[in-house]
Design a protein around this ligand. Structure first.
Ligand code: 5GP
Length: 206
């Protein structure tokens, strides 16, 4: 289709939400459903959990390695979450967006708002479990954190929920398949915004 050929840039799609919301599983679902979409792999100073792999789930770095990425301006955004550093390596995101590929950033609220202030065209999606009780249940069932960590994450969730109004979309993760469908619809709709097209070229060819 001519319109698709004249689309020049990909979108930055930011997905946030309290930990335990199921962001990771939803993002895997999105990657299966849609083409022209890639997941950003964050850098972190936290230790790997369970089966997590370096270069797949995160780039696991020492605090010193992370700080040198900050100094070298290699991060699109970064934040201190639960006492660990988390950040988005910039170059892979820029390369994908310039090729017309959408990039999903699964990052916390501080990072999301930072992305929006730097790139107002970024699309912010907040994903949330159907209730507070369900959020607590999912965090406990995950079994990867100790009770102190869980309490800490629940408190962070309360703070994050207060920022929902700054997001472009709110998706309730009541059923995984439905949540994936709704986010696919958002991503597809966002691809149809005129700002993504080279309008000169589009109108010449139209
Ligand atoms: P977890 O340790 O459970 O993998 O992630 C903890 C929190 O850090 C989650 O809210 C997650 O979205 C956030 N996070 C992961 N990667 C990044 C990142 O690159 N930047 C920011 N700002 N937050 C991130």
């Amino acid at each position: 289709m001519g319109t698709m050929r004249n689309k020049t840039k990909g979108n930055l799609i930011v997905i946030s939400g309290p930990s335990g919301t199921g962001k990771g599983t939803v993002c895997q679902g999105l990657i299966k459903e849609l083409t022209n979409l890639q997941l950003s792999i964050s850098a972190t100073s936290r230790k790997p959990r369970g089966t997590e792999q370096h270069g797949v789930d995160y780039y696991f770095l020492t605090r010193e390695q992370f700080k040198s990425m900050i100094t070298a301006n290699q991060l699109l955004e970064w934040a201190d979450v639960y006492g660990n550093y988390y950040g988005t390596p910039q170059q892979p995101v820029v390369d994908a967006v310039n090729r017309g590929v959408d990039v999903i950033l699964e990052i916390d609220v501080q990072g999301a708002l930072h992305v929006k202030s730097k790139y107002p065209d970024g699309v912010l999606i907040f994903l949330i479990p159907p209730s507070r009780a369900e959020l607590a249940r999912r965090l406990k069932n995950r079994g990867t954190d100790n009770s102190g960590d869980i309490e800490h994450r629940l408190q962070s969730a309360e703070r994050e929920i207060k920022e929902i109004r700054k997001y472009d979309y709110l998706v309730i993760n009541d059923d995984l398949g439905d949540a994936v469908k709704r986010i696919c619809a958002i991503i597809i709709a966002e691809r149809c915004r005129p700002r993504l097209f080279d309008m000169e070229l589009f109108l010449q060819c139209y």
